[in-house]
Ligand binder design. Structure first.
Ligand code: RM4
Ligand code: MN
Ligand code: MN
Length: 430
């Protein structure tokens, strides 16, 4: 039997808060009306917003040093899906799940599709994993996968990616996301150009197997597991590879994968301009790929990224249809709570960016009025859009306060009884 959050409980919890939300919503509506913004139009856009959750995010993450498993962790993709269904039931903006293979590999993908259909979940991009060896694997990825000097290892990695496409087709996905940890740990260990050439040669074979309605998303990351050089270390190498491969290849931006202080929103703008923005892995970061919860540290940066995205939407930029997804590691929180919080945080940035007065901003930019341009953005960012988010959720049958309702449901304790053997989520550092 599948455990779900009881709809009656959601309604009961919402009832306690609805009058206050309505009052705040009306007050915000009046405030926005003074700026010529129709709150109902904004709420409709908030309702349409979707962000995918990573299957591996349903388990507790970890670091190179240790992993402290949480209670009732999902032990396989079926249990991960149950948790994702709970997240969507309460948040109403996460109907898609992004799987990672072979972590989530099953014998029967048609059965898996049936299970996700029953939970009203859809499949987002397929993530291939060639950054670790599987038990009994014949050719190792220790010295890289798609760029390995060994042809046998490269071929294995190519084959795995092509398998991922096949499995994804059964699930109804349309995107393959490729992140490789390939790189080097010592200066001189690897020939930069030759490694990139081998990577491109392998990626061309994967690209050739891509169905015509699919996209191939390339994800860059500055370091780790390679600590001196990484083959696809930044958006420069990323877009070069995407341009080399063709139209269906695009770049994916994981917020935690850049050097500190990098202007990510500007990278986003460049990728949009050249029709190469595939999508995002949202998270936050202070030092490196530590994947803090989205918006927990740099909410203004997240807003500025959405400012670029909404601007592209507003300008009806050709070829603009990025995928939104969370990719973060939850080391000390209940993953369900972190994912709900993060989905709402990203949705909040989107809604805040919808409030930017783009006509005024453009005039300030034209006239070099730096202060007022900046204030225009700040005005949108500083508007508390919580009532819009709550209203969007409640209208779709979700929870006004997802965390409180989740805690009231006792879901974690209930699954802990059914899932005694935690620790098998497969993921470590994500
Ligand atoms: C990587 C990268 C990938 C994710 C793995 C688990 O750092 O973010 O997107 O698939 O972690
Ligand atoms: Mn990622
Ligand atoms: Mn990462």
């Amino acid at each position: 039997m599948t455990l779900r959050i009881d709809k009656g409980l959601i309604a009961e919890q919402n009832d306690k808060l609805l009058a206050d939300v309505q009052q705040d919503y009306d007050a915000l509506g009046a405030k926005l009306a003074r700026q010529d913004i129709d709150i109902e139009a904004i709420t409709a856009q908030a309702e349409a917003f979707q962000i995918a959750v990573p299957s591996w995010g349903a388990g507790t993450g970890g670091t190179r040093f240790a992993r402290f498993p949480g209670q009732g962790e999902p032990r396989n993709i079926f249990e991960k899906l149950q948790d994702c269904a709970v997240i969507n039931d309460l948040s109403q903006c996460t109907e898609r799940v992004s799987p990672h293979f072979p972590w989530d590999k099953v014998d029967d993908f048609t059965e898996l599709k049936g299970v996700s259909d029953n939970l009203n979940l859809k499949w987002d991009s397929i993530n291939s994993n060639t950054f670790q060896d599987q038990p009994g694997q014949e050719h190792s990825y220790k010295y890289g996968s798609l760029s390995n000097t060994s042809q046998a290892s490269r071929e294995l990695a190519i084959e795995h990616n092509i398998d991922c496409i096949k499995w994804g087709q059964i699930l109804g996905s349309k995107v393959l996301t490729v992140w490789v940890g390939d790189g080097s740990n010592h200066p001189g260990q690897s020939h930069f150009q030759h490694a990139f050439e081998r990577y491109l040669e392998s990626m061309k074979k994967i690209y050739a197997a891509l169905p015509s309605d699919w996209e191939l998303h390339i994800e860059h990351k500055m370091f780790e597991p390679a600590f001196y050089s990484t083959v696809i270390q930044d958006w420069g190498s990323n877009i070069l590879a995407a341009m080399e491969l063709g139209e269906q290849a695009k770049s994916l931006v994981d917020l935690g994968h850049h050097a500190p202080n990098v202007n990510i929103e500007m990278i986003v703008s460049r990728l949009i301009q050249f029709k190469k923005l595939g999508g995002f892995h949202f998270n936050d970061s202070k030092y490196g790929d530590d994947d803090l919860d989205s918006g927990s540290l740099h909410p203004y940066q997240q807003f500025l990224i959405f400012n670029e995205l909404v601007d592209a939407e507003y300008r009806k930029q050709e070829g603009f249809k990025p995928n939104y997804m969370l990719d973060q590691s939850h080391n000390v929180t209940d993953p369900i709570e972190s994912l709900m919080n993060s989905a709402a945080s990203v949705q909040r940035s989107y809604v805040n960016a919808l409030l930017v007065n783009r006509v005024a901003l453009s005039e300030y930019q034209q006239n070099n009025d730096a202060l007022m341009a900046s204030n225009t953005l700040k005005n949108a960012f500083n508007t508390d859009v919580s009532p819009i988010l709550a209203m969007a959720r409640v209208r779709k049958g979700g929870a006004i306060d997802p965390i409180a309702t989740y805690r009231a449901s006792g879901y974690r304790a209930a699954v802990a009884e059914k899932r005694p053997n935690s620790g098998g989520s497969g993921s470590g550092i994500v």
